[in-house]
Every structure is written in structure tokens, then in C-alpha cells.
Design a protein around this ligand. Structure first.
Ligand SMILES: Nc1ncnc2c1ncn2[C@@H]1O[C@H](COP(=O)(O)OP(=O)(O)OP(=O)(O)O)[C@@H](O)[C@H]1O
Ligand SMILES: [Mg+2]
Length: 473
């Protein structure tokens, strides 16, 4: 059933989507819960607090991946599956699983979208309600519908979890919603998220303050400030970290799609002042995936890989997902990636071999690549430590050069600390390189579960919107 917003939007063919919204209504209403949704390029998550608790504890869903063997997963992949009729089928792990299980050929009729958040970054100049997004099957759907269906899924899951916690049934109208966006996005992209959230039924435009669009690094900064001693790598207390008002620091959000940096100064009244505009670029963890794709093209041949990507998108997804989960654990050793059966099928047909020859065929293909690339158990691609490091290098060096250039700015001379948040900040190679380059001059602070800093801070912002900067989006 269409919500009120969807109905009114339909009747307005020229809704002023990107009109500047400068009002932020007084945030004084009381809600049953505060829910923050961090809609990431690669992973999405939500967190919430219950006003009825009488405390400000923040809860997270931790079983996203249980059914798929990924225990204690605090987020779910940002991907969505729709039927050939463009009806919502599923989101996250379930969507990826159902897509991979589609029978041969069916994956060409279903619509599967992943990593689509980056499109708002790249396409923002021409962004409109009619902007289209390309699915894996090569067909298009309206971006606004894809974002809103995804947010709707997160909304429903959050309400379900709140109910399961024994709380009374809670509806969307009883929640203050916070949706986070990268600080480096243009206002049009931020406004697009507000529009998508309305369409998803999170809140109504009539109650502007019920939905807060918060900037990811600002939310992360709040989280960093509130953390307890034991939760920081390197045992730095928050008191120690924030010696006094006027402390200046950078929040570096290394995510999947983007690196997003903001510079803050703590004010006497404990609010945050931005001392330099947000900067960053599209060098997140997905740059490592791109390097891996280039390596596969080199090993197996670009023609074969292109054919695999287009004829078997779900098999390709399986391969990349395995890479994603393996590389999160990369800490200096070799990396082993399982080759999907569907790719082996393609190789057998190209080289005219049968199943018993898999080992010798693969060994023969990779042998020409020299040291460092091996085949294990006839179906596992093993990359040696030097090759693995090379995959991470371009993303890491882009991040380091960006920070080096930024920290030379006159306005940032007083910066004392670097807070590294976002999932990619959990990468050992990145941590080591940043320490090597900056530790002599700055205190480096990395919270545990760095990918959660944004969503936890966003709940804090929803609880006390006056503790950060009011964000007029
Ligand atoms: N321990 C780890 N080592 C290496 N990479 C990691 C690790 N943990 C997460 N990542 C990478 O971090 C990225 C995900 O980070 P995060 O969840 O913060 O991003 P996101 O919120 O999806 O993206 P964005 O904030 O750019 O929209 C992925 O590319 C993932 O592979
Ligand atoms: Mg993020």
C-alpha cells in the first residue's frame, strides 16, 4: 500500500527535489525509539536506542549473517534483488543468496543491484527523480525506487528487532530516524536520500525533524568521543584523547566506496565546530576489489572474464563475495579464494577439458604468472603475500597522499589526533601505513568495530541533536 508521501509525490510531477531546505524544526518531540541507518556502499547496518529504557544504551543487530555461516555479523551487504516484474524480493545476505541460487538464465531476468550508493557520488550533477540505475542484467530501474526499497527493508527490520526486544509494537511514526550520508556528497545527493527515506515511509515531510540526515564523519566523531577506554586500540582514554575544549582532530572515515575526512574542534560548550570543509575521494575498500578484478583479467584473460561477468552474473558475485570475506582477514599472509563451479565450467568449455583435468588446467593457466600465484586443491586460487599487498597499495597510497596534502593546510596546523573509522580502517595494511607516516606527529585512534562508529554516533545524534552541528539537509 502506498504511504501518504508516495501518494502525494505521484500527484506532483515536478516536486522541487533539490530545493534548499534551510529550516530545521525544533527537535523537541518525544519518540519511543531512535533508529539510525547507515546505508553503506558495501555494507549497511542500523542501530537504535529505546527512550522507554530510561538510559541511552545503543543496540545493534548482530545476527545478520548467522544463516550463511558468518557469525556475529554486524551488517549486511548493500544489495537488493527484484523480480522480473520489478517487485521487491530481498535485501542483503538473503538477496545475494537468492540471486546466486537462481537457475541458469533467470539471473538475466531478475534485477540485482549492488554498490549503488556510489552512483549518487558520481552522478550528482545530473541527479533527479528520474535518474536510472543499471542492474546486473543490464536493464534499468529508477534510482529513487532502489534506494527507497532498500531503506524500507532496513526500516522494517529495525521495527521488527525493536519488537523482538520485548518492547511493545512500535510503528515508524513513533521513531526518530537518522539516515547517514558521506560529508563529501553535494547537497543534491543528500536531499535525494531524504526523498528516498520519505518514499520508504520512514517519516513524513510534514514532520521535518522526525528524519535527520546526518553526516557520516560527524556521527562517527560523536561515537569516538563517547567511547570507553577498553574499546580503543592502543588503550587511549577519551579523556586523554580529548584533553580539553579547543582540541582539534580529523575524523577519517575509510569506507567501502569513499574516504570521507572532516576536521573538527571541540567547543567550550562541548559542541563540534567544523574547522575545514569535508574532503575525500572515491578510494575506499572497493578499490582493492578493482585491483583484484584486474588481476583476474591478467591471469585468465579479459575476454574470458568479461564473458563470465556478463553470462553468469551470480557466479561472478559468488567469486567477488568470497574475495571480500577473505580479504577482511588479510594480515600479511597469503590469501585463498575459492573458484566458483560456474567459472570452472566456463574454463572447461573454453579449453575443451573435462572435470578431472581441473587441477592441471588451472595450474597451467596460472604458471605463466610467475611466483606468488598458485592453485590449491584443484579449485582454490592462492595469492602470495606480495601480490596481496599490491592489491591494497593503490587504495592505501591514495588515502595517505590525501591526508598528507590535507594536513599541510594552514587551517589544520593545530590538529593533534586522527580518528580512523569505517570498515576499511580495520585493514591491517592501512593501519600500519598510516602509523608509519603520521604517528610521529599525531595520535592515531581506531575504535574497535570501526565500521560501526558512524551508526552508533548517528543514534547519539538522534538522541541529542544539539550535540553536533545542525545539518540542514
Ligand atoms: N578488516 C578489514 N580489512 C580490510 N578491509 C576491510 C576490513 N573490514 C572491512 N573492510 C573493507 O571495508 C569496506 C567496508 O567498510 P564500511 O562498512 O565502513 O563501508 P561502507 O559503509 O559500506 O561504505 P561507505 O561508507 O563508503 O559508503 C569494504 O570494502 C570491506 O572490504
Ligand atoms: Mg560507511
Amino acid at each position: 500500500m502506498a504511504n501518504r508521501y508516495q501518494e502525494s509525490a505521484r500527484s506532483r510531477s515536478h516536486y522541487p527535489l533539490f530545493e534548499a531546505e534551510s529550516r530545521l524544526h525544533p527537535l523537541r518531540e518525544r519518540y519511543h525509539a531512535t533508529v539510525a541507518i547507515d546505508f553503506g556502499t558495501t555494507f549497511s547496518r542500523f542501530a537504535f536506542s529505546l527512550n522507554s529504557d530510561g538510559n541511552q544504551d545503543i543496540y545493534l543487530k548482530k545476527d545478520w549473517g548467522d544463516a550463511y555461516g558468518h557469525l556475529n555479523c554486524l551488517d549486511t551487504p548493500t544489495c537488493i534483488l527484484l523480480s522480473p516484474e520489478k517487485e521487491f524480493v530481498d535485501f542483503g545476505f538473503e538477496a545475494a543468496e537468492k540471486y546466486a541460487a537462481l537457475e541458469d538464465g533467470k539471473d538475466q531476468t531478475y534485477y540485482f543491484f549492488d554498490r549503488f550508493k556510489m552512483m549518487l557520488h558520481h552522478n550528482e550533477g545530473k541527479l533527479s527523480r528520474e535518474t536510472l540505475l543499471k542492474a546486473r542484467n543490464g536493464k534499468y530501474m529508477r534510482a529513487l525506487d532502489i534506494f527507497s526499497k532498500s531503506l524500507e527493508y532496513m526500516k522494517d527490520k529495525a521495527l521488527e528487532v525493536i519488537r523482538d526486544r520485548g518492547s511493545r509494537k512500535c510503528t515508524a511514526s513513533e521513531v526518530r530516524w537518522v539516515v547517514t550520508v558521506p560529508a563529501i556528497w553535494k547537497p543534491s545527493a543528500k536531499q535525494f536520500m531524504r526523498e528516498a527515506a520519505y518514499q520508504a515511509g520512514l517519516a513524513s515531510p510534514d514532520n521535518y525533524s522526525q528524519l535527520i540526515i546526518a553526516l557520516e564523519p560527524e556521527a562517527a566523531a560523536l561515537d569516538c568521543r563517547q567511547h570507553k577506554l577498553r574499546e580503543f586500540v592502543g588503550m587511549i582514554t577519551v579523556d586523554e584523547a580529548f584533553v580539553s575544549a579547543k582540541t582539534q582532530y580529523l575524523v577519517v572515515d575509510n569506507g567501502g566506496g569513499t574516504m570521507d575526512v572532516t576536521a573538527h574542534e571541540i567547543q567550550e560548550d562541548d559542541t563540534i565546530k567544523e574547522i575545514y570543509h569535508a574532503t575525500g575521494g572515491d578510494y575506499g575498500g572497493t578499490k582493492v576489489d578493482e585491483e583484484f578484478q584486474d588481476l583476474l583479467d591478467k591471469i585468465f584473460g579479459k575476454d574470458i572474464m568479461d564473458e563470465f561477468r556478463s553470462s553468469n552474473p551470480s557466479g561472478w558475485l559468488e567469486l567477488m563475495n568470497d574475495f571480500e570475506f577473505t580479504r577482511k582477514r588479510a594480515a600479511g599472509g597469503a590469501m585463498n579464494i575459492r573458484i566458483p563451479e560456474s567459472f570452472l565450467d566456463l574454463l572447461r568449455s573454453k579449453y575443451n577439458r573435462n572435470r578431472d583435468d581441473d587441477g592441471s588446467l588451472l595450474n597451467c593457466i596460472v604458471r605463466s604468472q610467475g611466483e606468488g600465484i598458485k592453485i590449491l586443491k584443484s579449485r582454490v586460487l592462492s595469492l602470495g603475500p606480495d601480490i596481496v599487498k599490491r592489491l591494497f597499495k593503490p587504495a592505501i597510497e591514495s588515502i595517505v597522499s590525501h591526508l598528507k596534502a590535507l594536513l599541510k593546510k594552514r587551517e589544520l596546523r593545530g590538529v593533534e589526533q586522527l580518528f580512523l573509522v569505517g570498515g576499511f580502517s580495520g585493514c591491517r595494511f592501512l593501519q600500519d601505513r598510516i602509523r608509519e607516516e603520521f604517528e610521529h606527529k599525531y595520535k592515531i585512534v581506531i575504535p574497535d568495530d570501526a565500521q560501526l562508529a558512524v551508526v552508533r554516533g548517528a543514534v547519539m545524534f538522534g538522541q541529542r541533536p544539539d550535540c553536533g552541528r545542525a545539518m540542514p539537509f
